[in-house]
Design a protein. Structure first.
Length: 533
């Protein structure tokens, strides 16, 4: 097994625990009220972790505050029961109408601890759109040195092993149809090819923040608070001076203020806008929480007469961008096609149905394939994303309407995925749709269903693991009607001592899996912050 930077972690864990990286010791967060940090970073995912490492290395006194638990390789046993500890809302986070299931990390390392290791750079087409629409100029060239550095640091390379059967079906189908496909780059080192990446890596092969950025930040003196939730900002007279945290200990909740000269929000593109709203800052900028994007994904399942074993091997190693950048006359959004791993519990949710029908489907799980189409939202006039709202101190809701344009895209995407699966030898297919009570043996049978199906998200069983926007970056002056929430350095426009360094700053979705670009963006913004601190 690869060396574990957390091998000395105590077997016990308490809420609000503080890890002092400099002294390599743990202690309860008592009598911490008088600590003054240079920087408090809210969130330890791909944005917050990168910021923590770079700012700590710059000699600043840094605190990382994570609402979720610290779980490491020894905790990652492959049991799906761990979902409740690693994901937001115990893996039950969803849009307000429950139509889109949202997978976001809720642990030290954030979503990068539990993702499927796919790494893509910002597409040039997306960067060009941002330059034209939001005056974010020359971003690709600015991010280039950070991509190069991060790809080396995280061992990001195309997956050289043969794809598992789940991904080979995607590759074979696209080849048979003459569609484009490619090999995915993955941030792994000495990977055991187990396939359980979504449950945390038990061998530390996944080069997530849990084994890279966060341990390095701690070695440079950063403090890590976990199981500690930031409720709101402390500010007065236009200057942020810290955060109020909530800690639950021995059944009682207490408030812990952490003082700082600057706060970096990196809680993710739902939690970050929510913190700003709980702090009443949406009164200064009504764009907070708006234009939140999801890459909402429709799923198509297929059964084969040979084993697929979709739970084994690298979860994602092949992709197709055949339909990612459609012609403007296509009357639909673009979408990316990828494979989906099928651990039993996760698969049962995708298969849907119940009783004998699900029992029969699960009996054939080893012969079942799953493909997902990730809708590239935010580029068309009809695609405005969702709106984050908070109710009191706790409830966070994301309202995400599905437009007619999106519905048309999902219909086309499901048909395209089925075409690919049939081309690869599928016997029958079925979209993950609540009205799909049978398997379809041909495209014609599927078309008859799709032409009469509802595309209400509650029926369509959509999912998302990529949440972006809500605090969009813009090159416009903050008084301009086109302005975002932060400037080109990630600095909040209407108050001092506050910035954002996560996927919230993206003004649209990316069109590709976002983790590598979140990291590169955070690195650039953090370096600029350190220079001007």
């Amino acid at each position: 097994m690869i060396s574990d930077p957390w091998s000395d972690r105590p077997a016990w864990e308490s809420d609000g625990l503080l890890f002092d990286g400099q002294n390599m010791s743990y202690s309860a967060t008592q009598n911490m009220n008088n600590i003054q940090y240079d920087i408090v970073i809210v969130g330890s995912g791909p944005g917050g972790a990168v910021a923590a490492e770079r700012l700590a290395q710059a000699g600043l006194a840094v605190a990382i505050v994570e609402a979720g638990p610290l779980m490491t390789a020894s905790d990652f046993t492959g049991s799906e029961s761990i979902y409740q500890h690693l994901y937001q809302d115990g893996m039950f986070r969803a849009t307000a109408d429950s139509g889109i299931h949202i997978l976001q990390g809720a642990c030290v390392g954030g979503s990068a601890t539990v993702n499927w290791t796919s790494c893509f750079r910002l597409p040039q087409t997306t960067a060009q759109f941002w330059a034209e629409k939001y005056h974010i100029n020359d971003l690709s060239s600015q991010l280039e040195p950070y991509y190069v550095e991060l790809e080396k640091y995280l061992n990001v390379k195309p997956w050289l092993n043969a794809p598992n059967n789940n991904n080979e079906i995607l590759q074979k189908g696209t080849q048979q149809l003459g569609w484009s496909s490619g090999v995915i780059q993955r941030n792994v080192k000495e990977c055991w090819d187990l396939g359980y990446c979504g449950l945390g890596c038990p061998t530390n092969a996944k080069q997530s923040p849990l084994v890279t950025f966060i341990p390095q930040a701690l070695k440079h003196g950063a403090h890590l608070y976990f199981n500690t939730q930031v409720k709101r900002l402390i500010y007065d007279k236009g200057q942020v001076s810290g955060v109020y945290c909530e800690i639950a200990s021995f059944g009682k909740k207490s408030e812990l203020p952490l003082k700082a000269r600057h706060v970096v929000l990196a809680g993710g593109a739902i939690n970050t806008p929510a913190i700003l709203m709980r702090s009443q800052l949406d009164k200064l900028n009504p764009n907070i929480g708006r234009r939140t994007f999801l890459h909402p994904g429709a799923v198509c399942l297929a059964q084969f007469d040979f084993p697929i074993n979709g739970s084994s091997g690298a979860p994602q190693s092949i992709y197709s961008d055949e339909f990612l950048w459609p012609d403007i006359s296509a009357a639909r959004c673009g979408f990316k096609m990828e494979a989906v791993p099928l651990q039993a519990g996760f698969a049962s949710g995708l298969l849907g149905r119940h009783g004998n029908h699900q029992f029969e489907d699960m009996q054939l799980l080893s012969h079942t394939h799953a493909m997902i189409s990730l809708l590239r939202d935010g580029f068309e006039t009809e695609s405005q994303g969702g709106i984050v709202q908070v109710n009191g101190s706790r409830s966070i809701k994301l309202y995400y309407p599905v437009s007619a344009l999106a519905s048309n895209t999902f219909k086309f995407a499901i048909r395209s995925m089925a075409q690919c699966q049939f081309a690869a030898g599928a016997q029958r297919v079925r979209p993950s749709h609540l009205q799909a009570n049978q398997w379809f043996a041909s495209i014609q049978e599927l078309d008859a269903f799709l032409n009469n199906a509802s595309y209400d998200p509650a029926r369509l069983s959509l999912g998302s693991a990529h949440v972006m926007g809500g605090c969009p970056m813009s090159g416009y002056n903050y008084n301009d009607s086109q302005a975002g929430v932060v400037d080109l350095n990630g600095i909040f426009n209407q108050i001092k001592g506050l910035s954002v360094a996560d996927a919230s700053v993206f003004p649209t979705s990316l069109g590709v899996n976002p983790q590598l670009t979140i990291m590169a963006m955070s690195a650039m913004l953090s370096d600029n912050l350190a220079k001007n601190f």
